[in-house]
Design a protein around this ligand. Sequence first.
Ligand code: 5SP
Ligand code: FE2
Length: 218
Amino acid sequence: MYQLSPSILAADFNCLGEQIRQVEEAGVEWLHIDVMDGAFVPSISFGMPVIASIRKNSSLFFDVHLMIEEPGRYIEEFKKSGADMLTVHAEACKHLDSTLREIRKAGMKVGVAINPGTPVSQLECVLDLVDMVLVMTVNPGFGGQSYIESCTGKVQKLRKMITDAGLDVDIQVDGGINEKTIDKVLDAGANILVAGSAVFGGNIGENVRRLKERMERR
Ligand SMILES: O=C(CO)[C@@H](O)[C@H](O)COP(=O)(O)O
Ligand SMILES: [Fe+2]
């Protein structure tokens, strides 16, 4: 399964609902929602009230990327706001195993993310607890950054780890994904692609069509 998950961080918040409607109309099924707390990452974005508000008018799969310290504190609240999946950073959880189990128990899909400086070996003990691993391809905190080349090898390594373990886990990449970088991450084994600027910069429908076309060729 391949999915394009547009990151609303790059959307125009003045007309957020309308822009989400446009990606939905262009045939996207997932929506990437970046929550930042100003502690785990330098920037602050938005939280549950915004998610609850956009939930009212969208039936997209809400893929919520939590860039917050100790996300385990807010699992129920994110569930109530309408999240379908919570992805937490391995670096942000003191008790990663129990946080991942709690997300599952709350009835959501489970994701774990790693920063560019974190090796994939760190995930070995939790791979069987997750539906998806998010390999950050930029340092988290801001949209519009350039893809970090060393991350391609991490995706390859992770795909091998998953296959060798006989598991069925999605690999998401996030940061600097656009028409120039899309092929190498797909070749490396990623199947869920986040794109912010490459979707919301310019003609949304046309951007989605071009990126999806590259994924559908696989
Ligand atoms: O999580 C993050 C940034 O921390 C991302 O989801 C960005 O929002 C992706 O933006 P682009 O690099 O695609 O513009
Ligand atoms: Fe993200």
